[in-house]
Structure formats: C-alpha cells, structure tokens
Write a protein that binds this ligand. Structure first.
Ligand code: AMP
Ligand code: GLY
Length: 436
C-alpha cells in the first residue's frame, strides 16, 4: 500500500511545531495540497489555513471528504487522546485515510501517567519507581511520602495542560498538594495521582517515528522549559531547543535504543496497540543511564522546530512508511549540523500578556541566511502580522557548531521587533562546553 503520487494533506494544529511540520511537508515534491487547521499567520506561507477545530471530529470528516484528503497528520495530543484516529478508522466513508498519530489506547501513553507507568512496568522499561493513589487511598499516599526523602514528585494522572507535575521540597507541601490534586486542583485529571521517585540528572527528548513494528530515531533534542535564564522561574511551553545533544552520544543512545525504544515498540505490538505516529520520550540521563520521565504521543514543541530542519529525507515518504508499515525500508537522512531554536515570547508570559502587537522585521530577519522563522502565536490583522499568543515565534538556525547556530538565531531575533519581546539568551549555554 502506498499514498497516491500527489498527496493532499490535512495537518492539524496551530503552534510553532505545526509551522515547522508545514514547512517541511511543503518541501516534498509529493504534495499536491497542504491544509493546516487552524494554523497561524506563519503557516499560510506553506499551505492553506482552514478555520476548523481539530477536536470537532465531525467537521474534520467533512473537510476530508470535501477536499479528497489522502493523509491526516495530527500535531497536538488532544485530538488523539480524545480518539480522532479511532473515529476515522471506524467511519465507513473515511476509514481508508491514513492518520499519523496513534489510536486512543496508544495515546494513553501521554493521556494517563498511570497507564504509561504500567506499560513501562509490563515491558521492563527503566523509569522512576512509583505508586498510584486515589481519594480512597490518600492516607497510604501520606505514608509513602513520609517514607521518602525530598524532593517529592507528584503527577496528576490525566492531561492537565502541562501543569500536572509538581516537584516539592518539603513533606508538608507534598502532603497538602496530594490532597489538593485529589481534591480537584486539576479537575478530573487529578482523580488519580502518581507519586514517584525523584531522578537526578540531565534531560533530553528522544523522538521515535514508528509504524507499530519498526522504528526510526529522529535527532535527539534538549529543550529549555523555564522562563528565566539559568532555567529559573515558572515553567513555560518551552523557550528553546538544541539538537543534537552532546551527551546523547553513541554509548548513551545504544542504551536508549535497546532498553527503551525497542521494548516500547515491541510492547505496543505485543499489546496490539495501533500506533502509527511519533513517540516523544522524555528521558533523564542519571549518571549515564537512561530513565523514562514521560511519554508523549506527538512531536515536542519547540523541539520540532529544531529537529525537522536537520532531516534531509522526504517527510511525505516518512509518513507513507509509517502509515503502511514500511519503515524498515525507509532511509532517514540526517544532517550532521547543529540546530538551535530560540523562542520569542510575549512580555509577561507565562503570566498575563498582551495580544495584537504588530511584529516587524520578519521578512528581513532571515533573508539570505540559514535561519528559519517558525511562527507560533501570530495572526494577521489586515496586512500586518500581530502577536496572538504567549509563545510568539521561534527562530531556528543551523551551524557547523552550536555557537555558530546560536549566533545566527540571536542575530535574526535582533532584527525582529514587537512590544515586550523576550527570549532567553542562554539557550544551549549549558551544552556549549561539551561540543565536539
Ligand atoms: P512533565 O510535565 O511530565 O513534562 O514533567 C515536568 C518536568 O518535571 C519534567 O520535564 C522533569 O523536569 C520533571 N520531572 C518529572 N518527573 C520527574 C522525576 N521522577 N524526577 C525528577 N524530575 C522529574
Ligand atoms: N517541549 C516539551 C513538550 O512539547 O511537551
């Protein structure tokens, strides 16, 4: 089975990740049409934006039928956790349209921390020790906390807009937060709470493309989550990313492959989970040994903006191999360069921030360079591009060294202006000393 020679693609999502996906997809000679729903002001440069909510499955179906879509690519996790892949698979009119993204059961790897931990336990995949609690067993939860040393890690089981993980420094705080989460702090997402062992180390993001039985490893990235330099202050959706990661060398990645990626893909096959999509494995490197912190069932943001420009092979052919079980014969070509993404956010983010400020300098910022601007929270206001979200745009550059890539991204950022523009100036600095 193959896709038609000329493919009509519907890409769901609206962030910087989808801008990078749209950019990469549009470079394929196989693309006859690319629709991005809902997209942002930047994605309109790579295809046609469509005002459609990815979580409204009925309108997704109508769009597929009306526009003879041959392939659906799902950017964010929410439609997958809600069962979009299953909805399409089970509909007599659109079941034949392949979806890049797992079934609802597969999406539980991200949608339920308890499911993910159970999956790892069943398949011997290294992760922090854990126990799961509900309102009924809160007293046992307290006792477990009393037996542990700080810091304490509490995780709401369900999707909590990226806020469901709490790391607490004292026992009273940990106990009271356990009560708060079980009491509804994160809504139903916190009806079940995972308490797990704290892992000390350095994190990286491993991206796996799978067809359910074979896999390919995409470039490894490291993201920068906190708003402040030196990784301080509140968590954000991501302030930047670097790829590849110097400490994820052949020895470390050999362990990742045999201890984590192979058992994960084999586990999916053994449990008959329909998974044709990306697995994003958040890993902790604990003294050279990899442990899984979390699974996500999508690509990362802003990691996608850093890794896709390093992929030299054709994206539509990657999707085709994933959709039809032929990944074993797909040749994934990766550039040997460094890639760096710096996110520019709105002043005040991740707290309150303004929208609607004009952005200038976009055309000049990257002209004639190896730099790419992937818009995220942007919109059009007449002919102007204006801010429309907390994470406004990301600036990706490639270079022979990390320093070269960083210098290019910061030079481009200096040419872009909008009120309250902020970016972290220390992206990649913690890795710069371990360059090769
Ligand atoms: P998540 O929302 O699942 O991405 O988790 C947020 C962050 O919490 C992760 O990126 C880690 O930095 C941290 N974290 C999660 N689990 C642990 C753990 N067991 N030990 C140490 N840090 C953790
Ligand atoms: N960069 C982390 C995420 O996409 O969840």
């Amino acid at each position: 089975m193959k896709l038609p020679e000329s493919v009509k693609i519907l890409l769901l999502g609206s962030g910087g990740r989808e801008s990078a996906l749209a950019w990469k997809i549009a470079r394929s000679p196989r693309v006859a049409a690319l629709f991005i729903a809902p997209g942002n002001a930047g994605t309109a440069a790579y295809g046609t934006n469509v005002d459609l909510n990815p979580n409204n499955f009925g309108t997704v179906k109508q769009f597929i039928l009306t526009n003879n879509i041959n392939l659906v690519v799902v950017g964010p996790e929410e439609p997958l956790v809600k069962g979009l892949q299953d909805y399409i698979r089970e509909d007599s009119e659109i079941y034949h349209v392949p979806v890049i993204g797992p079934s609802m059961l597969g999406a539980k790897l991200e949608g339920s921390k308890d499911f993910a931990k159970g999956f790892m336990a069943r398949h011997g995949i290294p992760t922090a020790d854990y126990k799961t609690f509900t309102k009924e067993t809160v007293e046992e939860g307290f006792r477990l906390l009393e037996s542990l040393r700080p810091p304490y890690v509490l995780k709401a089981d369900g999707l909590a807009a990226g806020k469901g993980v709490l790391i607490l420094g004292s026992l009273p705080e940990a106990k009271s937060e356990l009560e708060n989460i079980l009491g509804g702090k994160f809504g139903a997402a916190g009806n079940t709470v995972v308490i797990e062992q704290y892992l000390e180390g350095i994190e990286c993001s491993v991206f796996v493309a799978t067809d359910g039985k074979n896999f390919r490893l995409l470039p490894v990235a490291k993201d920068y989550k906190r708003i402040g330099e030196g990784d301080t202050g509140p968590n954000t959706g991501g302030m930047g990313a670097v790829s590849p990661v110097p400490f994820a060398d052949d020895v470390f990645m050999g362990k990742v492959r045999t201890r984590i990626v192979e058992p994960t893909v084999e586990g999916l096959a053994r449990e008959k989970i329909d998974y044709r999509g990306f697995i994003f494995i958040g890993l902790m490197n604990v003294g050279g040994e990899p442990y899984v912190i979390e699974y996500n069932v999508r690509l990362g943001d802003p990691e996608t903006e850093a890794i896709l420009p390093l992929i030299e092979s054709d994206m539509v052919e990657l999707f085709e191999s994933m959709a039809f079980g032929n990944l074993d014969s797909y040749w994934l070509e990766i550039s040997p360069k460094y890639s760096v993404t710096v996110m520019c956010v709105a002043g005040g983010y991740p707290g309150d921030y303004q929208k609607g400020d004009e952005i200038t300098g976009l055309d000049q910022a990257a002209a004639g360079t190896e730099t790419l601007i992937f818009q995220a929270g942007t919109a059009k206001s007449g002919l102007k591009t204006v801010t429309n979200g907390g994470r406004v745009l990301s600036v990706t550059s490639l270079g022979e060294t990390l320093e070269e890539a960083l210098a290019k991204s910061y030079a481009a950022i200096d040419r872009i202006e909008y009120r309250g523009k902020y970016c972290r100036r220390d992206i990649g600095q913690d890795l710069a000393h371990c360059k090769d």
